[in-house]
Design a binder for this molecule. Structure first.
Ligand code: GYE
Length: 329
């Protein structure tokens, strides 16, 4: 896996991490990992990758599934502390509310490594580093792809008006990726010379799930069936659910309503190949190897960058067939 950006090089809390350890042997390591749950195809790929990378690196992994609840993550982290694991990893389901539990980990001298989503803490030394994806840039890429597509294809508003009407299916409320993708999209729109031709008609959470994506799209269509030109779904699963709703409403997905989402899972490639979705901005879930490599460095007292992003592309229906065989998740 290639790294594209190392934001801030810091010398990590070696006092916490090194603990007079000489080069740590992976087989000696016990790592506690709290995952959010299994809300999407992306998340399942992420979990599988973490487990496979742990096995490959000979790590004793204590894996805990939080079933979409922050309180379950906090409980799991507390259990990992009591078990005196060597390092704690977790995906923060939402950005805030972690200070207290992370202080407990710090007091127990257990380093914390964040995966995938960002968190906001009062004291940045409460975690060593974060590896994951750049959701703000993903949001910008969604708008850039859309604006380009609208112009190349000379797309006109379906209702004969003067605005291209957009609806947005947002991710989990309070998650850094939801805020990041939303801000990235909105900033790119605001900064665009074409900003006046777009209107955001409605924006609501679909919780990153197929089911909620379908339900919320149904309600969007109920009130605005003939006005919606574009759907921006903050993940592919919600877009796939929305495609069902669009077809049930007697409209043609990817034609009547342009569909762009984020993740790049196989399901959306299949939909693109069937002509039912237009584009996906990649979000790479294969972060396991980098996670354990970084964990070992931390436990050896080496400096690691505070934030590392994995590489991500953009794929559209035109190239879906060609790219599909190379997709790993
Ligand atoms: O896009 C979505 C998942 O945090 C980047 O969470 C991740 C997001 C991903 O459920 O499908």
């Amino acid at each position: 896996m290639k790294l594209v950006k190392a934001v801030l090089a810091v010398s990590i809390g070696a006092a916490i991490a090194a603990q007079s350890m000489s080069a740590v042997q992976a087989k000696d390591l016990t790592i506690g990992f709290s995952q959010i749950g299994a809300e999407s195809e992306w998340r399942i790929a992420n979990t599988n990758d973490v487990k496979a990378a742990a096995a490959k690196n000979n790590i004793n992994l204590k894996f805990s599934d939080a079933q979409q609840k922050q309180e379950n993550q906090i409980k799991a982290i507390r259990t990992f502390i009591a078990q005196k694991v060597d390092l704690i990893g977790f995906v923060p389901i939402v950005a805030t509310g972690w200070d207290n539990i992370l202080r407990e980990a710090k007091r127990a001298k257990i380093p914390v490594l964040i995966m995938d989503r960002d968190l906001t803490v009062s004291d940045p030394s409460l975690y060593i580093a974060k590896i994951g994806t750049d959701s703000y840039t993903e949001g910008r890429k969604v708008f850039d792809w859309l604006d380009d597509y609208i112009h190349k294809n000379n797309v006109k508003p379906r209702n004969g008006g003067d605005k291209i009407n957009i609806v947005i299916l947002e991710g989990t409320v309070g998650a850094s990726v939801t805020t990041g993708r939303g801000n990235g999209f909105n900033d790119a729109l605001k900064e665009s010379p074409n900003k006046d031709m777009y209107k955001i008609l409605a924006s609501q959470t679909g919780d990153f799930t197929y089911q909620k994506g379908q339900e919320v799209m149904e309600s969007f269509l109920m009130s605005n069936r003939n006005d919606i030109d574009v759907l921006f779904a903050m993940n592919d699963d919600m877009a796939l659910g929305a495609i069902q709703a669009i077809e049930a409403a007697g409209l043609v997905p990817a034609k009547d309503i342009i569909i762009v989402s984020v993740d790049g899972v196989k399901g959306i490639f299949q939909a693109m190949m069937e002509g039912k979705a237009n584009a996906t901005v990649e979000c790479n879930p294969l972060q396991g190897e980098l996670f354990f490599e970084t964990a070992k460095k931390i436990l050896n007292g080496e400096a690691v960058p505070k934030s590392v992003f994995v590489e991500e592309g953009v794929f559209s229906a035109e190239t879906a067939k060609e790219v599909f065989p190379t997709r790993k998740y």
